[in-house]
Design a protein around this ligand. Structure first.
Ligand SMILES: *Cc1c(COP(=O)(O)O)cnc(C)c1O
Length: 227
């Protein structure tokens, strides 16, 4: 318990310091706790330290945790790759989906989100540094996608998510530039407020470039055991 609390406090301090260096308001960066591979009890302990938003990558694992922890007021983010046949559960159970990189995925999420629920928040995943093995649309596709996706009902297109290669802080600057450029294409530009970038090892560089949401796993929960 104390260990999780200390780890979270350290991460919050790092965010605060990075904001102060960048002359940004410390509340302009949200901490998303990436809890993949960690059991529900650990999430509940982290929640007790004040952490409300959690990010998961694997749908089956996430659905089990959502069910187990349904009495906690957790905001669930899906940050894994979105497969076309998995959109229904995402639309029903999550508050945010970060890995949207095609129109068909956004259309399915919009169709499958109930109009009784809050709109589903989504980010476009962009392959900002042209990595061969990575998911995400090309930077050149973003403006066109924003134009169309921002008009769909039941979803709110909030911004961009990137996972650049390690040791490439210039990619964060490119993402920020793209983020600022395409706002004008948005049907509801006031919704366009989220730049999801930065993980345990590079959150300070991401914040310096303009990140508004860092996705942090290892620095909060320790190393993951995929065994
Ligand atoms: C696992 C994961 C993270 C967290 O990475 P850490 O290095 O453990 O902080 C962030 N974003 C995505 C998309 C991930 O898959």
């Amino acid at each position: 318990m104390n260990q999780l609390k200390d780890a979270r406090q350290n991460v919050l301090n790092e965010i605060k310091t990075a904001c102060s260096h960048a002359k940004r308001d410390e509340n302009s960066v949200q901490l998303l706790a990436v809890s993949k591979t960690h059991p529900s009890e650990i999430l509940a302990e982290m929640y007790a330290t004040g952490q409300k938003s959690f990010g998961e990558n694997y749908l089956q694992e996430a659905l089990e945790k959502i069910e187990t922890l349904k009495n906690l007021d957790i905001e669930w983010h899906f940050i894994g790759h979105v497969q076309r046949n998995k959109t229904k559960h995402l639309a029903e159970k999550f508050a945010w989906v970060h890995g949207v990189d095609r129109l068909i995925i956004a259309e399915r999420l919009s169709n499958q989100r109930s109009s009784q629920q809050e709109p589903l928040n989504i980010c476009l995943q962009v392959n900002i540094d042209a990595q061969e093995s990575k998911d995400g649309c090309d930077p050149g596709e973003v403006a066109g996608l924003v134009k169309v996706i921002s008009q769909l009902p039941n979803i709110k297109l909030r911004g961009i998510m990137v996972i650049p290669a390690a040791d490439n802080p210039a990619a964060f600057v490119d993402a920020k530039q793209l983020f600022d450029q395409v706002k004008i294409q948005h049907a509801h530009p006031e919704d366009w407020d989220t730049l999801s970038m930065g993980m345990s090892a590079d959150m300070s560089a991401a914040i310096a470039a303009g990140s508004t949401m860092v996705r942090v796993g290892t620095a909060l929960f320790g190393a993951r055991d995929y065994g």
